[in-house]
Design a protein around this ligand. Structure first.
Ligand SMILES: Nc1nc2c(ncn2[C@@H]2O[C@H](COP(=O)(O)OP(=O)(O)OP(=O)(O)O)[C@@H](O)[C@H]2O)c(=O)[nH]1
Length: 718
């Protein structure tokens, strides 16, 4: 099994440890972020709700006090003792009784109809004209609550206090028992109750939360607030919301650039003059409001970090433990890799350790061990094969070297053979070009493949005109051309037949380029080749031989003295004549002529004159018969005449008589003139007679002999 070389990539242990640790840390961090987010949000929400509730609490307290004051004014104005009182003392007693129930009523007084104080607690301001006061003006018609204001006249009459006197007024009209307007009853509440109220409300949480309560008038002036803020103008989002009648809480930045959570609400009812419309703001620094959540956040962070580190360590331990068997496998594989690197061909590999730690590793280690056992077996087998292969390779190498040597020799041989062939080819070309005969080579399709100089001379076509052209057939006479093409196809199909038919000489008459007939003797040969058979032909011009042969033939058949056909020619002509007779159904006659006493002429006039006589005799006989008749010299002074197309037997005799008559005319020789006679023997061949030339000649000879005896007898008688 091929193994990759160890790379610089991180190990599984590292990856698992880092992965698990990172996952744990990320999880803890995520949880922290979530916890932080929700805890802070929760704490902020809680603080805001608390501050809102404080603002509501302060609002309700203020409303209650104002409502109590206006209620007390309402109660007093409805008391019959007050309505019917005639002396200030009566009224003063009642007013002071009320003052005792609520010490924050700094002053309670009743004016007359014109605004002069009729009676007051402790007699303060009695007889003083207060008709210019708002509470008097507004209190004449209805129950009225007057806004926070500094004490003008009353402050000087009341005992000195640490806190300057500030009052909130409640006033209402007083009617006499008859129902007529009598004056205005007014209660001045000192502002101290509000400050106490703040302490009461904030007492449980003030120390813990450092909350501040602001009571703000409609014009934004702080009536009640932490030190330094009272009598100052305030502007904030919460104030605007409260002045609009809303209540709730929000986070905002105040003028000191600190972030605060602020609860806000509004007291009173703008449409009800018996109430006071103030804005109540309860603020707390956000830092302090969220201090508990921040502390929780720090604790969670610390615990989270500890937990993360602990879990990461645990993960590392678990990862190391889980990957230990895999590491062992990996280590074993690396050792095998190193062994393979040391001996790349046939390594001796260490075994793979077994592992039963858990199922997957068990399966993996067993599978790997089995796989590597197989590999070891294969390697062992491969080792054997390798050794065998090496010996085979060595053997093959020797064989290849041997073959290479043989090949080298063969190539050298081939080279010399090629050279020899080229020389032979050049020789052959020279031989062919200088050959006496024309040389033509044809492929099985009759296409010219070779054409030497002699062929150019003999046939007229240049070599470059005919090579590759089916010119061979063009040279043959039309009658032979078709037979040639048929034979070429036959020979091309049957090489054995070709070999048998070839290698022999034939005579042909060809046409040269000018269209003239040219008798040639052709030597044909069949050359079998792997790249297509060749038919080669040597053409020898036999024009001269033909003409010589013809003249010799002629000489062989002609009598040299007279120029007539000789005995041999007669022996050839006679059977033809007999056949014609049979064919034409007309008889023919054979005349056997013999000069009488010719020996004496020779003896007397010489042999030359004898020859001359024979020549003239021959011409005369030749001229005496038809051209279609045959005249020949048999020997010496013996001649044969073949008369054909006889109408009847008598016509033969008539022809003989006519001939004898002509021969009796004198012959003029060189030295003398003479007359002579000849004997003629006639033998007639009828169409149905047997074709026996010897018998016919014999008959003619005998007839001539008889004729000659009769002539001799007649001469003796004379
Ligand atoms: N000048 C000459 N004489 C020839 C030639 N051939 C044969 N003779 C002679 O012709 C003669 C023929 O003789 P014959 O036919 O036997 O005798 P003949 O004298 O004719 O007598 P008959 O035939 O019996 O009348 C011989 O003397 C031959 O020598 C020839 O070519 N030229």
């Amino acid at each position: 099994m091929p193994l990759q070389s160890p790379s610089a990539r991180p190990r599984l242990t590292t990856l698992v440890t880092v992965g698990v640790s990172a996952t744990v840390l990320l999880t803890v961090l995520s949880l922290l972020i979530l916890v932080d987010h929700f805890a802070i949000a929760y704490a902020r929400n809680e603080a805001q709700q608390r501050l809102q509730q404080l603002s509501w609490q302060m609002r309700d307290s203020l409303n209650n006090v104002v409502r109590k004051a206006t209620g007390d004014v309402q109660l007093l104005t409805e008391l019959p003792q007050v309505r019917a009182a005639t002396s200030p003392a009566e009224v003063r007693q009642i007013l002071e009784s009320l003052q005792k129930t609520f010490p924050d009523y700094a002053w309670i007084g009743l004016t007359d109809a014109d605004g002069k104080v009729f009676a007051a607690t402790q007699g303060v301001l009695e007889g003083v004209d207060v008709s210019a006061r708002d509470w008097f003006k507004d209190g004449r018609d209805k129950i009225y609550a007057g806004d926070f204001h500094p004490a003008t006249l009353l402050g000087k009459k009341l005992p000195v206090s640490s806190d300057p006197w500030r009052f909130v007024d409640a006033a209402g009209p007083l009617l006499d028992p008859a129902g007529n307007y009598r004056g205005v009853l007014c209660v001045h509440m000192s502002w101290g109750w509000a400050r106490r109220m703040v302490h009461t409300i904030l007492a449980p949480a003030d120390h813990q939360y450092s909350a501040d309560i602001f009571v703000v008038r409609g014009d934004g002036t702080v009536m009640l607030g932490p030190p330094g803020t009272e009598e100052t103008k305030l502007s904030s989002d919460s104030l605007k919301l409260a002045q609009g009648g809303a209540s709730g809480s929000l986070k905002e930045t105040w003028a000191d650039d600190r972030s605060y959570l602020t609860g806000y609400a509004r007291s009173g009812d703008p449409d009800d003059p018996a109430t006071l419309t103030w804005s109540i703001l309860v603020r707390q620094p956000e830092v302090l409001a969220l201090a508990g959540a921040r502390a929780l956040e720090r604790q969670i962070l610390m615990l989270g970090a500890i937990l993360g580190v602990a879990l990461a360590l645990a993960a590392a331990v678990v990862a190391r433990r889980m990957t230990r068997p895999l590491n062992a496998l990996s280590h074993a594989i690396e050792q095998r890799q190193a062994a393979s690197a040391d001996n790349p061909v046939l390594p001796v590999l260490p075994p793979i350790p077994g592992s039963d730690n858990y199922h997957e590793v068990q399966v993996l280690s067993r599978a790997l061990a089995a796989l590597l056992r197989d590999e070891q077996h294969h390697l062992d087998a491969l080792r054997g094969l390798n050794e065998k292969l090496e010996s085979t390779v060595a053997e093959r190498t020797r064989e290849i070297a041997r073959k290479a040597l043989q090949l080298e020799r063969a190539l050298a041989q081939e080279q010399s053979t090629q050279q020899l062939l080229q020389e032979r080819a050049a020789e052959l070309r020279a031989i062919l070009d200088n050959a006496h005969d024309a040389f033509i080579a044809l492929d099985p399709g009759g296409v010219v493949r070779e054409w030497n100089l002699q062929a150019e001379r003999l046939l007229g076509w240049k070599r470059n005109e005919v090579i590759g052209q089916p010119m061979a057939a063009m040279m043959l006479p039309p009658l032979l051309r078709r037979a040639y093409e048929r034979d070429m196809r036959l020979l091309a199909d049957r090489a054995s037949a070709a070999a048998a038919v070839m290698s022999r000489r034939i005579e042909l008459t060809l046409h040269n380029r000018a269209g003239q007939e040219l008798p040639v003797e052709v030597s044909l040969a069949y050359v079998p080749r792997s790249s297509g058979h060749l038919f080669i032909a040597f053409l020898h011009d036999i024009s001269e031989r033909k003409s010589l042969f013809a003249s010799m033939e002629e000489m062989a058949l002609k009598d040299t003295l007279t120029g007539l056909p000789n005995r041999r020619a007669l022996m050839q002509a006679l059977p033809d004549a007999l056949q014609r007779a049979n064919r034409t159904r007309q008889s023919c006659a054979v005349f056997f002529l013999d000069l009488d006493r010719f020996k004496q002429i020779n003896d007397r006039h010489g042999h030359d004159e004898g020859d001359e006589l024979l020549r003239q005799f021959a011409q005369r006989v030749r001229a005496a018969v038809r051209k279609t008749d045959t005249v020949g010299r048999l020997a010496g002074d013996e001649f044969i005449v073949i008369i054909e197309m006889l109408h009847n037997d008598e016509a033969a005799q008539e022809a003989a008589d006519n001939l004898l008559q002509i021969l009796r005319e004198p012959f003029v020789l060189k030295t003398t003139s003479m007359t002579l006679s000849a004997s003629i023997g006639i033998a007639i061949h009828h169409p149905d007679d047997p074709q026996d030339t010897e018998a016919l000649l014999s008959r003619a000879d005998r007839a001539m002999y008889r004729h000659k005896q009769q002539s001799a007898l007649q001469r003796a008688r004379r």
